[in-house]
Design a protein around this ligand. Structure first.
Ligand code: SF4
Length: 800
């Protein structure tokens, strides 16, 4: 038989099949499987030898680094020191030249004494102890056959393990949850014993034998809530020890592997060797039905490769493919993995067997989403640093694609943090919660799509409005979360559905478009996994997408692809109207076509005449928002500090003018992002400064922004002077002459302000160097004189 693609590396070796306690929640003796009755009490030397040989063979074949063996029972200490020594020495000898051996023993601890501890120290056997909390909690189940408490004996064993000589052997405590025990008291009782790790185990249950819950109106999430209380206590205490179930959730939420077979999608690599040498599946299956863990194999007759290929083992090595449809579509499946295999079991009906969600499904969801929501604000996103090279490139007035991409990454980080803040500060509606779950699941599965939506320039105005804390904020927040989730689902091309509140009269799908929905209160956005999608709203069904005929109610955001740059024309998102000038209404197809042609011409000109600006612009300018034209015919353009990646412009008469407005406004976008990352000036400076391009004096940041933007204006006129003829060339020369001098003077004003930080001085010095190189261009005396007259007139006009 071919070896399994997933070799076995974890073994539970049953040393003794009886126990000196009579715990009523024990799956070995008290659950459906009663196979223990027919087994030898103690494992034989021959079975131990064969076991060591089989494990060594398997480890060699599969080149395992480490094999994990737990000496188990019943109660393994009942096997006695000699048998435990033989087991340990046999395994260590067999594996000596093959791989490492992680050897442990799980005991109830009641007979653990110094003799055993000395043996474990000699053979390097780590010790895990079962304890369910304080005495009252432990006495609920863990008693002797005569009903006597075992608590004092267990504490004595733990005290022994906490002695300096044995402390390194102490592996941790195992606690089975009983809802009658207070989670805080239970956690405190265990934490007081200073274990290096605590395992909280869900009680074994199936759909046939569901776990106990309060008789009076059970919520169905009691076990999840219980563990969340422990999480909060543990976190408040600074997480002084590992808590395996909680650490596993945290790890899986971050994309790492689980530490327990009861969570996550990692293949199960565990086999059990009974006292008679039988090879069985996990003990937890004993809870399902009599004989459930049996495989019909044994170390006598079968190799571990054969065991690994057993259908019961292979079934638990299939990741998502091994789960039922409900789990596969579940937003937390990568953390949950459908829960412990045994907990999925149901005898009856179409779903008989293990292809079901866990009987703890609601608890697991509650636990995972609860931890995820608590963790979001604790987990800092990696902060890209603006290093000297990028800072200097931006300070010179340009900044290539690397520098601007770095700014974009930081702005995305800010958006993500804002979204998390919105979520954590807003009461959750059921639809909002479902949408959030969808969004976080997509973040694990399709992060590029989530980033594309969260980088939308108009996310921040929505988030800021949502955080205002007034009556409207909660509604706006939950609507926005659902909008983001729906847009991400569609961009990711996933199958699924999101319910989006539409109380504003439109369904907004950020980065995609809007759908007019009349008075409907909510819309169901259904992704079908291809280019199209369906919106069910107010009794209508809209099938939308590039392959479907246009519908008047749907206003798709238009996107223009040009050589080296792609940009969206944003004329649908209601949050775009933040630029200090009214946003244009939805454009007709003809007007959009004029924009497309204007942008193509402007981009071509920028690439040819202002090549130093092109790479940064292509890397960071993703949206152009059309503004309403000014009745005076003057050019209108704007960049908003809270909309990284967007500029707003009323379409000017020529592509060349559009080029000027694009580079000018994108300078503001770049500098705004630099200011989000660095401190360039003292914000307490309240002085106002003369700004050559404004009728009114400006605060320091305004002057800095204008000066930085005018570096691009200087270069624009410099290029126009070069590319125009006749009168146009002469006018461009005058503009160039004026702006190079006045922008250089503004740099001097900034430098003399005494309000720049050290970094700010460096930044402004680099701006000045760029301008200084423009000041050496030869100019006609006439043009220079005319420019200086215009500058003097402006200064006089602002002084009066
Ligand atoms: S939470 Fe429930 S549906 Fe989701 S993976 Fe776990 S058991 Fe399956």
């Amino acid at each position: 038989m071919d070896p399994s693609p997933h070799p076995l590396s974890q073994f539970v070796l049953k040393m003794h099949s009886r126990c000196d306690l009579a715990c009523d929640h024990c799956y070995v003796f008290e659950h459906a499987d009663q196979s223990w009755r027919g087994r030898p009490k103690v494992i034989s030397g021959a079975v131990l030898d064969l076991t060591a040989k089989r494990i060594a063979e398997h480890a060699r074949t599969h080149r395992l680094d480490t094999v994990h063996v737990v000496l188990h029972g019943g109660e393994p200490l009942l096997a006695g020191p000699a048998k435990l020594r033989r087991a340990a020495e046999g395994l260590r000898t067999a594996l000596a030249d093959i791989c490492a051996l992680d050897l442990r023993i799980h005991t109830n601890g009641v007979t653990l004494d110094e003799k055993f501890c000395e043996l474990f120290a000699e053979l390097d056997i780590k010790v895990g102890i079962s304890l369910d909390g304080d005495r009252a909690a432990n006495d609920l189940h863990r008693r002797y056959r005569n009903g006597r408490s075992s608590h004092a004996q267990v504490l004595r064993a733990i005290a022994l393990l906490n002695q300096e000589r044995y402390r390194h052997l102490f592996a941790g405590l195992l606690c089975t949850i009983d809802l009658r025990n207070d989670p805080g008291t239970g956690y405190d009782a265990l934490a007081e014993l200073a274990p290096p790790r605590i395992d909280f185990l869900l009680p074994h249950a199936t759909w046939d034998e569901p776990p106990p819950r309060p008789a009076d109106r059970p919520s169905g999430t009691e076990y999840g809530d219980w563990l969340l209380s422990v999480h909060d206590r543990w976190t408040a205490a600074g997480r002084p020890m590992d808590v395996r179930v909680l650490d596993s959730v945290l790890r899986t939420l971050r994309g790492s592997g689980s530490l327990t077979e009861s969570l996550g999608l990692a293949p199960v690599e565990l086999a059990v060797i009974e006292t008679d040498g039988s090879l069985e599946q996990a003990d937890s299956l004993k809870t399902a039905y009599d004989g459930a863990p049996a495989t019909g194999m044994s170390v006598v007759a079968n190799s571990l490769d054969e065991m690994a290929a057993h259908p019961g083992i292979v079934a638990r090595q299939q990741g998502l493919d091994g789960l039922c449809d409900t789990c596969r579509a579940c937003p937390v499946v990568r953390s949950c993995g459908g829960g412990l295999y045994a907990h999925r079991y149901r005898t009856e009906g179409r779903s008989g067997g293990f292809m079901n969600p866990s009987v703890f499904c609601a608890d697991l969801k509650q636990l995972i989403t609860g931890i995820r929501d608590r963790e979001a604000p604790r987990t800092p996103m990696p902060q890209p640093l603006l290093d000297d090279v990028h800072l200097d490139a931006l300070a010179s007035g340009f900044g290539g694609s690397d520098a601007v991409a770095l700014l974009a990454r930081h702005e995305l980080t800010v958006n993500r943090e804002l979204l998390a803040a919105v979520w954590h500060e807003t009461p959750h509606s059921p639809a909002g919660t479902a949408a959030w779950d969808m969004l976080t699941a997509l973040d694990a599965e399709a992060p590029a799509s989530v980033d594309a939506v969260l980088a939308h320039p108009y996310l921040r105005p929505w988030a800021q409005r949502s955080l205002r804390g007034d009556e409207e904020a909660g509604r706006i927040a939950m609507r926005g979360v659902a909008e983001l989730a729906a847009a991400t689902l569609l961009r990711a091309g996933r199958v699924g559905a999101v319910t989006v509140p539409t109380d504003s009269g439109i369904l907004r799908l950020p980065t995609l478009g809007t759908l007019a929905v009349g008075g409907a209160e909510e819309a169901h956005v259904i992704g079908s996994g291809d280019d199209g999608f369906t919106v069910r709203v107010g009794g209508h069904e809209h099938v939308l997408g590039p392959k479907h005929s246009a519908q008047q109610a749907w206003q798709a955001r238009r996107r223009f692809e040009m050589p080296g740059w792609a940009v969206a024309l944003e004329d649908t998102d209601p949050w775009r109207d933040i630029h200090g000038h009214p946003a244009a209404a939805r454009l007709s197809d003809a007007a959009a076509e004029e924009w497309r042609s204007g942008l193509a011409g402007a981009w071509e000109w920028i690439r040819r005449e202002l090549p130093a600006y092109a790479p940064g612009l292509a890397a960071g300018l993703s949206v152009v928002t059309p503004l309403r034209e000014n009745s005076s015919g003057a050019d209108v353009s704007s960049a908003a500090r809270d909309a990284f990646g967007a500029v707003a412009i009323a379409r000017p008469g020529t592509p060349v003018t559009l080029a000027c407005l694009l580079v000018h406004e994108f300078q503001h976008v770049k500098l705004g992002a630099v200011l989000d990352l660095t401190d360039l000036y003292d914000p307490s400076c309240e002085r106002l400064f003369y700004a050559p391009w404004r009728p009114d004096p400006r605060p320091l940041e305004g002057l800095l922004q204008g000066t930085y933007a005018h570096i691009a204006v200087v270069d624009y006129w410099r290029a126009r002077r070069r590319t125009e003829d006749g009168v146009e060339a002469r006018a461009a020369e005058v503009q160039f002459a004026r702006w190079r001098e006045q922008t250089a003077e503004a740099v001097d004003t900034l430098a003399a302000s005494r309000a720049l930080t050290e970094l700010g001085e460096r930044f402004v010095t680099a701006m000045g160097e760029t301008l200084a190189s423009r000041l050496t261009d030869p100019l006609s005396p006439d043009a220079l004189a005319e420019a200086r007259r215009a500058a003097a007139d402006h200064r006089r006009s602002t002084a009066s």
